[in-house]
Design a protein around this ligand. Structure first.
Ligand code: HPA
Length: 274
């Protein structure tokens, strides 16, 4: 199935109607256990995804499934508390649907966050990583199908998906706040099963520093329609096979809770400078 430009437009028009003149400039997609930042938005206007024409529900743990529009650090933001994933049964087009709607609302920048497994054995679970690039070459593109020229070109450049200038801002903010901010490549895996130890060794050889089940589809679509992107990963656990213990969803959510203050400070610091 392919969405048409008119469908994206209809979703955006519905939201614009409810916003009554509020115009978000910075969009944020908050991942597993990291959604609380959305609860601190000032003068919030909450819109559940289920209210919006053509939107899909978010069923993942720690994902509320709603937009919060309002102000954070003096910036007008559109926060997605929860995202859609391919493993929930959605196509990549459905997974990234909201990004194009956010663009139509006027958002020029996308901040994405996620929890992921740490592939690097010289890093530690609980640390934060600035995403410098990603690898998503073993699954189809969210741009597959007829191109919608209103959003972008057929063959978009992907050499700087994660905006270099925003990465510099993030590094500076991390330095000021005394946060260890790793820099690395996000290796996309379908899920929902966690990876096998052999897959993690393969990811490491191929240049991945963290493995996760989200983010890359949305970022491809955001860059396609001309948005700047800033991406953060919470390394919620050591990836499969590194420690002799099973991976669990609880561990991921607990890590999100533990990193909440640091993570919020980092994102807020970046917002303040954008
Ligand atoms: N693998 C994939 N996705 C994840 C992981 C992981 O180890 N941790 C949190 N999300």
């Amino acid at each position: 199935m392919s969405f048409t430009f008119e469908q994206y437009r209809r979703s955006a028009d519905y939201i614009l109607d409810r916003l009554g003149g509020f115009a978000p400039k910075i969009a944020m997609i908050l991942g597993s256990g990291l959604g609380e930042l959305g609860d601190t938005v000032e003068n919030p206007i909450v819109i559940p995804y289920g209210d919006i024409p053509h939107f899909r529900a978010s069923t993942a743990p720690g994902h509320k499934g709603q937009f919060v529009f309002g102000t954070l650090e003096g910036k007008s933001v559109a926060v997605m508390q929860g995202r859609m994933h391919h493993y929930e049964g959605y196509s990549y087009e459905e997974v990234s649907y909201a990004v194009r709607v956010l663009r139509l609302l006027g958002c020029e920048t996308l901040i994405v966050t996620n929890a992921a497994g740490c592939v690097r054995t010289d890093w530690q679970a609980g640390e934060l990583m600035l995403i410098t690039d990603h690898i998503k070459m073993f699954s189809e593109s969210p741009l597959r199908g007829e191109n919608i020229p209103e959003f972008g070109v057929r063959f978009p450049d992907a050499s700087k998906l994660y905006t270099p200038a925003l990465r510099e801002v993030a590094k500076e903010v991390a330095r000021e706040q005394g946060i260890t901010l790793r820099e690395g490549v996000y290796f996309y895996c379908y899920g929902p099963q966690y990876e096998t130890p052999a897959e993690i060794r393969a990811a490491r050889i191929l240049g991945g520093d963290a493995v996760g089940m989200s983010t890359a589809p949305e970022v491809i679509v955001a860059a396609h329609c001309g948005m700047q992107v800033l991406g953060f990963t919470l390394l919620s656990n050591m990836a499969a096979g590194i420690l002799d213990q099973p991976l669990s969803e609880q561990e991921v959510l607990d890590a999100g809770r533990a990193a909440r203050a640091q993570f919020s400070g980092l994102v807020r610091g970046c917002l303040a400078r954008m």
